[in-house]
Design a protein around this ligand. Structure first.
Ligand SMILES: Nc1nc2c(ncn2[C@@H]2O[C@H](COP(=O)(O)OP(=O)(O)OP(=O)(O)O)[C@@H](O)[C@H]2O)c(=O)[nH]1
Length: 511
């Protein structure tokens, strides 16, 4: 019996110990839970005043170790407030999402946003905004949006420290093409060269505008120089003509006066001769006759001498007038020769082909040197194309040279219209044209060249009664690092030769 009691006592002790262990574990867990609940309630603080108050009460009761039965109604109240809070928060997220979206869309409509910023804004509005789940997620998103706004504003006010992108390469090319048609001398030519180099280096609108203004200045100064010289020349011509006119009038007047004097003298001489004849008849002696003849001859000799002097003076005066007129005319002639030389030189120097009105070979040389500089500096793609009219000699031989000329004009016009505004075309010589294509590689130029070939082939030429289609052969190559201009030209030329030899009316490209 005592043994059984002992066993029971042991079991009881063990049960009491286990119970104590469970109780202690529960207390520890409860402590941890209470602490956690207290911390959690602190995190919720600041969202709603009523909630804050209830949570404060909750924390205080928890710290005092209050029975859960007393806490239970408070917990229920807090749960209700939190539920209402959750709904409110959902609404707030939606509102915030909408207002971020509106602000972003508004910003997207702004002109002149750099590509990178625009991309980042699009990502923010499409992907990132949709992924928002909690209000706190908005903070980094809003900060990004504000950042984008800042950059756009800075950009608008020109405060960006980064260099603006190259914005108008096509305008730069157009400006270069236009300047190719200008030819100046001396200082103006040097200045224009400098501007052309700047245009190939800097495509920014401001720089292009400045270049444009400087070109206009050169043109205006050249026109005014040319006008001054022409005006001076005209003044000289006018003075010389007035002088010539006056000299001629004087000389006519003098001739008239001399004519009168001569007529008087002739009359006097005739009178003296007839007097001599009468008086000799009345002379009775030889001596008397001698005397009469001697006196009359003396008077006649004086008259004749006077007449000779008069004639000499007149001749000399005429000669001197003629000499003076000759000097004037010579000087005018030399001045007009200078003009002719300058015009010839101008024509020689001009960068435009007179037949086709395209830039000429000199313009090509100048332009390819500029493009080559740009290529050497930044390695942009640069292609060179040679276009040659097929069997052009036949057109000259069959329909005449002037029909050939007209054909070249039509072809040049069509070629010019077929190229892009950034390309440059020149008449290289005869029936050969050269096209510079910047910012394109050989793959990219193939389609436009095909279009040019087909365009030319589709022109319906008509020579008197004969209708004819004219074709072109094209050779092209691209600048590679280390290439010289001549090397690339030779490659394009070899390609053209192959196009001709393999049947014409085709494009051959040589890398
Ligand atoms: N009318 C005219 N003819 C020109 C002019 N310049 C060159 N030519 C002529 O163009 C012709 C070119 O002949 P070729 O070089 O034999 O070439 P092609 O007849 O076109 O034959 P392929 O090029 O081999 O297809 C020559 O007859 C030149 O006289 C020009 O300004 N006006």
């Amino acid at each position: 019996m005592s043994n059984q009691l002992e066993i029971l006592q042991k079991k009881l002790n063990k049960a009491v110990k286990n119970r104590e262990l469970i109780e202690s574990a529960r207390q520890t867990q409860l402590g941890a839970l209470t602490q956690f609940a207290s911390k959690l309630s602190l995190v919720c603080k600041g969202q709603d005043l009523e909630l804050d108050n209830k949570l404060a009460k909750f924390r205080s009761l928890l710290s005092k170790g209050v029975d859960f039965e007393i806490l239970s109604p408070l917990i229920e109240e807090i749960t209700n407030i939190l539920r209402a809070q959750e709904t409110k928060q959902d609404e707030n997220i939606k509102k915030l999402q909408q207002s971020v979206n509106d602000a972003g869309k508004k910003l997207q409509k702004t002109k002149g946003i750099p590509d990178e910023l625009r991309r980042s804004l699009r990502n923010l509005l499409t992907t990132d905004l949709d992924e928002i789940k909690a209000t706190s997620d908005f903070i980094p998103l809003l900060s990004r949006l504000v950042g984008i706004y800042h950059q756009v504003l800075n950009n608008k006010h020109g405060n960006l420290t980064a260099t603006p992108p190259e914005i108008a390469p096509e305008l730069a090319t157009e400006l270069l093409n236009l300047t190719s048609e200008l030819a100046f001398e001396g200082n103006n030519a040097k200045q224009l060269d400098k501007i052309k180099k700047q245009i190939t280096k800097n495509f920014q609108l401001n720089a292009l505008l400045e270049a444009c203004i400087n070109i206009i200045r050169i043109v205006v100064s050249s026109i005014s120089q040319e006008r001054d010289t022409a005006q001076q020349f005209l003044i000289n011509v006018n003075e010389t003509l007035t002088l010539l006119h006056q000299t001629l009038l004087d000389s006519v007047q003098r001739s008239k006066e001399v004519g009168h004097k001569m007529a008087n003298l002739n009359e006097q001489i005739e009178q003296k001769i007839s007097q001599l004849a009468q008086e000799t008849q009345s002379a009775s002696t030889i001596d008397a006759l001698k005397l009469i003849v001697g006196q009359k001859l003396e008077a006649l000799t004086l008259d004749i001498k006077f007449k000779e002097d008069l004639e000499l003076t007149e001749r000399e005066s005429l000669a001197s007038t003629l000499k003076e007129m000759q000097t004037r005319i010579n000087s005018l002639e030399s001045e007009s020769n200078k003009y002719k030389d300058r015009l010839a030189e101008q024509r020689f120097k001009s960068l435009q082909d007179s037949l086709t009105k395209l830039p000429n070979r000199a313009a090509y040389d100048e332009r390819i040197a500029l493009e080559y500089n740009t290529f050497s500096r930044n390695g942009h793609n640069l292609c060179l194309v040679i276009v040659d009219v097929d069997h052009f000699k036949r057109i000259n031989d069959t329909f005449g040279h002037s029909a050939g000329d007209k054909t070249l004009q039509v072809l040049a016009n069509a070629l010019k219209k077929s190229i892009r505004v950034t390309d440059f075309i020149a008449r290289f010589g005869g029936e050969e044209f050269v096209i510079i294509m910047p910012n394109s590689d050989l793959k990219q130029i193939l389609a436009p060249l095909e279009k040019i070939r087909r365009t030319i082939k589709s022109i319906p030429f008509k020579f008197k009664t004969t209708s004819l289609r004219i074709t072109i052969s094209i050779g092209a190559s691209q600048f590679k690092s280390g290439d010289s201009i001549l090397e690339v030209f030779d490659r394009a030329d070899t390609a053209l030769y192959e196009a001709k030899n393999s049947g014409r009316d085709r494009i051959i490209i040589k890398k």
